[in-house]
Unconditional design. Structure first.
Length: 290
């Protein structure tokens, strides 16, 4: 069997709303996912037995704590005679950054294993496996550029993006635990209407497709920002600074701490990146829709 190398792209959340809590403690969400071009690389090499993970980033575990290892165990339970595989993971997506790197790696591994070992897995079966691994995994399994995420964010409905978007990511020196961010949310959450919020998000995407970024920015929101600001106040400072440097649409992605600024052209994104590098010490990444 030959080896297989796949790209594992990141995502941003253009919008993220908390609609309530389930009895099991998980939060009910409405979010707008958008895949972006910054990607990790997964090289999968078959072996006789078991999983071995080699990773370029020292902060990423290579044992059973890695989400790829969890994905392999799920496949092994479904296919007891599954061959082994060595995964060489080249990380370019910042870790614990709100960009879905781990979830993307898990989804890419599942898709790669299906192809590499010719596994009989339907789209529905893949989605069920993905939901077990993480709320963002089904989005990456879908392969679409943009989609709405419901429930925990794991129920996906495609929402086409009619124009390519350009982004400048401002990474943080330290990552944020998604669990810690959710724990920092207020105990009592305001009531929200899914129908009204979904309508607002769809309107905002129409503004984006017409390059009306100011109007889209007035609608888009990330309800996790208030909790993330408590844990890392500098996130709010970076958002304010990005706005003052000319970003019309700027938000935190996911549970943070990465923030993104959105632009209609590569030239605008590159110009903003040059300006922000002179003011902030954060890592700056220019990317586009994937």
């Amino acid at each position: 069997m030959k080896s297989l190398t796949l790209k594992s792209p990141a995502k941003i959340n253009l919008d993220l709303r908390i609609l309530g809590r389930y009895p099991n403690g998980y939060h009910k969400l409405l979010t707008l996912f958008h895949r972006i071009s910054i990607s990790d690389s997964l090289r999968m090499v078959p072996r006789k037995k078991g999983l071995v993970i080699r990773c370029s980033h020292p902060a990423v575990p290579v044992d059973s704590a890695n989400i790829i290892a969890k994905a392999y165990q799920e496949l092994l339970a479904r296919f007891p005679n599954l061959p082994g595989v060595t995964v060489y993971l080249q990380k370019k997506i910042p870790v614990a950054a709100g960009l879905g790197g781990g979830s993307s790696n898990a989804a890419t591994f599942l898709l790669g294993a299906k192809k590499l070992f010719k596994l009989r897995l339907s789209r529905h079966e893949l989605d069920l496996l993905g939901k077990k691994l993480g709320a963002d995994v089904p989005f990456f399994l879908s392969g679409v550029t943009q989609a709405l995420g419901y429930d925990r964010g794991d129920k996906i409905k495609r929402l086409p993006s009619k124009t390519s978007k350009f982004f400048v990511l401002l990474a943080a020196d330290h990552g944020l635990s998604t669990r810690d961010v959710y724990k920092a949310l207020p105990a009592k959450l305001p009531a929200a209407s899914l129908t009204k919020l979904e309508s607002a998000v769809r309107i905002a995407t129409h503004f984006l497709d017409r390059q009306a970024l100011v109007e889209a920015n007035a609608i888009f929101k990330n309800d996790l920002e208030i909790a993330a600001f408590k844990l890392q106040p500098e996130i709010q400072t970076r958002i304010q600074k990005a706005g003052s440097l000319g970003a019309s649409l700027v938000r935190m992605s996911g549970s943070g701490p990465t923030i993104f600024a959105l632009f209609s052209s590569l030239k605008e994104a590159q110009g903003f990146a040059r300006r922000v590098k002179q003011v902030l010490k954060n890592k700056v990444i220019v990317c586009h829709s994937f």
